[in-house]
Ligand binder design. Structure first.
Ligand code: NI
Length: 510
C-alpha cells in the first residue's frame, strides 16, 4: 500500500518529529454537514488511477459518500420526550451493521436521556471513514443538549463486510495491555497533568478511534470528557510507526483501508455469518472480578470493603491507599455525587474497583411504587454506563430497606441486592478510631463491611483498616469477586462459606 501514501503535510511531519504524539483542543464548532469535507477527485474515469485518501491530519479519513454504491440513510425511531434526530448510514448487503448501529445508537440516546435530568435534545449525523476491501468505518458526530448546554460527541464503529461483525473502536487495539500503552502515550501528550489524570484506557473514552489519511492513529474525546467542555473536541495523534505494535490484526486492516482513496465501493453480497462481535470482551471493558483471586479457596481470606453515598471529596485519597495495598473495594454510588464528580467514578472503575448502584436520590425504596424504584435505579445505571461503559450488576437499597416490590424491580433490571454483615455506623460516630475498631473487630472471611466515603473520619479510618487487613493476610476484593455470579433480585448479606441455598426453578415459581 506504500505507493498510495498521500502527500505528508508539514503539520504531520512536525508531529512525527515531535515524538509521535500530540494532543490538542479546538473550539467546538458547528457540526459539519455530510459530505462538506469531501473533495472531487477530478481523475480521468477511464484510467482510474489510485486516488489518495482524503482528510485532515488531525481528523479521521473522510470518504466521499457518493463513492459508496447505493448508500442510503435511516433515522432512528425514539420513543420518549427527548427531541431526537439521529441519522445513520445504510449500506446494501450490510444488514448486521444496520442492526448494530440501530441498537448501539438507541442505547446511547437512552442513556443520555436517563442520565441527564435536563436533557433537551440529541442530534447526530454520520460520516464514512473507511470503505475498502472488507472494511467499513462509520463515524458518528452527535450534539447532546441539556440544561448545561450543548456538547459535541464522537463515536466510531467498524464493520467486516465478509463476516458481518460490527466492532467498537477499542477492537483496533490488540488487547487491554496495548490500549493501556496507547493511553500512556496519549497522557504524555497532555500539557496539563490534571487533564492527563482524567484519561484512562476505557471503552467509554476510546469510543472514537481511527486513522488519518497517512495511517496515523487518531483518538478523539468528546467535549467536556477529559477537559472543560468549552475546549471542545480533544484529540491525540499517534504516529503510524508508534501505533503499529499496538494494533490488532483487525486494526491493521482498518488502517490499510483508511489510507487509500475510495472509488465505487460496493459490498458484493450478504455476509457469510452474523456473529455480531466476538465472545471475549473488547479492550477497555474491565471486569470487577480478578481471575487470579479465588475466594472459595480455603487458604484465601476475602473481605469486601464497601463505600456508600459517594463519591466524596476524600475518595481520591482512599483510591490512592487501595492502590498502595493492591486492594479492591465496591462503591455504591448515588446520582448527584456521580454528576458532580464523574472523573472519580471513572478512575475507581479503571483501577479495578466495582461500581454499584445506590439509587439517584437515596429514598426509602419501600415507600415507592415499581415505577419510582425503577426510575431511581435507571438514572444511576445510565450515569455509570455513560462514564465508564460498565453497567452495574449490584445495588444496595438505601437504609437496607427492601421488600417484594424492590426485589421484583431489581430482578427485572438484572441487579442483585447487597446488604452487609458489618455495620461500622460511621455516619453516626464520626470518630476514626471507633470506625476502625468496628471494622477490624468484625472482620472475618466473607465479611461485607459497610462504610461511607463521604465522611473524612471514614476515609481516615480506612487507611488504617486497609493496612491492618493487609497485614492480617486478608485479600480485599469487590463484592462480585466474593459472591461470584449473583442472582438478580436476591438479597445478600455476606460471602461467608455456607451450604448452597436452593433457589426455586422457574417451573416451581409459578
Ligand atoms: Ni446510603
Amino acid at each position: 500500500m506504500a505507493p498510495d501514501r498521500p502527500v505528508i503535510t508539514v503539520v504531520v511531519a512536525m508531529v512525527v518529529l515531535l515524538g509521535l504524539v500530540y494532543l490538542a483542543t479546538r473550539p467546538s464548532g458547528p457540526m459539519s454537514p455530510i459530505g462538506s469535507e469531501t473533495t472531487s477527485h477530478g481523475s480521468p474515469e477511464e484510467s482510474a488511477p489510485a486516488v489518495p485518501a482524503t482528510g485532515e491530519p488531525d481528523q479521521l479519513t473522510v470518504v466521499d459518500p457518493s463513492e459508496v454504491a447505493d448508500l442510503d440513510e435511516a433515522e432512528l425511531a425514539y420513543d420518549g420526550d427527548l427531541d431526537v434526530v439521529v441519522r445513520y448510514p445504510v449500506l446494501p448487503n450490510a444488514e448486521p451493521l444496520t442492526d448494530f448501529l440501530d441498537r448501539t445508537l438507541t442505547a446511547g440516546v437512552q442513556a443520555f436521556d436517563a442520565a441527564s435530568p435536563g436533557a433537551e435534545s440529541y442530534e447526530a449525523e454520520w460520516q464514512i471513514t473507511a470503505a475498502n476491501d472488507d472494511v467499513v468505518g462509520v463515524r458518528m458526530i452527535s450534539l447532546e443538549t441539556d440544561s448545561e448546554g450543548t456538547r459535541e460527541c464522537y463515536s466510531t464503529y467498524w464493520y467486516d463486510t465478509a463476516t458481518g461483525e460490527a466492532f467498537e473502536s477499542t477492537r483496533l487495539f490488540a488487547g487491554q495491555e496495548q490500549l493501556a500503552e496507547a493511553n500512556g502515550l496519549v497522557r504524555e501528550g497532555v500539557p496539563d497533568a490534571a487533564e492527563a489524570g482524567t484519561i484512562h484506557p476505557l471503552g467509554s473514552l476510546y469510543d472514537s478511534v481511527g486513522f488519518n489519511p497517512d495511517g496515523d492513529l487518531v483518538v478523539e474525546f468528546d467535549a467536556g470528557q477529559v477537559a472543560q467542555a468549552g475546549e471542545g473536541r480533544v484529540h491525540a495523534v499517534l504516529g503510524r510507526d508508534a501505533a503499529e505494535p499496538l494494533l490488532s490484526e483487525w486494526g491493521t486492516r482498518v488502517r490499510d483501508a483508511a489510507t487509500v482513496g475510495v472509488r465505487s465501493f460496493a459490498i458484493d453480497g450478504p455476509p457469510e455469518a452474523d456473529t455480531d462481535g466476538r465472545a471475549a470482551p473488547a479492550p477497555g471493558h474491565l471486569s470487577p472480578v480478578d481471575e487470579n483471586v479465588d475466594c472459595s479457596d480455603p487458604e484465601t481470606k476475602c473481605v469486601a470493603l464497601t463505600y456508600d453515598d459517594g463519591p466524596g471529596g476524600g475518595t481520591p485519597a482512599l483510591l490512592d491507599t487501595l492502590a498502595e495495598y493492591d486492594a479492591r473495594a465496591t462503591f455504591f454510588v448515588t446520582g448527584v455525587p456521580v454528576m458532580e464528580d464523574p472523573l472519580t467514578v471513572r478512575r475507581a472503575y479503571a483501577e479495578g474497583h466495582e461500581i454499584a448502584n445506590h439509587t439517584h436520590e437515596h429514598p426509602d425504596l419501600t415507600g415507592l411504587g415499581a415505577g419510582g424504584v425503577r426510575s431511581e435505579l435507571a438514572t444511576v445505571q445510565a450515569l455509570v454506563y455513560r462514564e465508564t461503559g460498565y453497567t452495574p450488576d449490584l445495588m444496595r437499597p438505601p437504609y437496607g430497606a427492601t421488600d417484594d416490590n424492590v426485589a421484583s424491580v431489581t430482578a427485572d433490571m438484572g441487579l442483585a441486592q447487597i446488604l452487609w454483615s458489618i455495620d461500622t455506623n460511621d455516619w453516626k460516630d464520626r470518630n476514626a478510631s471507633v470506625v476502625k475498631g468496628r471494622a477490624l473487630d468484625g472482620a472475618s472471611d466473607g465479611a461485607i463491611i459497610l462504610m461511607h466515603d463521604i465522611h473524612d473520619t471514614s476515609i481516615s479510618a480506612s487507611h488504617d483498616i486497609i493496612r491492618e487487613l493487609d497485614s492480617r493476610g486478608y485479600t480485599m476484593v469487590t463484592v462480585s469477586q466474593m459472591l461470584g455470579t449473583t442472582e438478580p433480585g436476591r438479597t445478600y448479606v455476606d460471602g461467608a462459606p455456607a451450604p448452597p441455598q436452593e433457589s426455586p426453578s422457574p417451573e416451581e415459581d409459578a
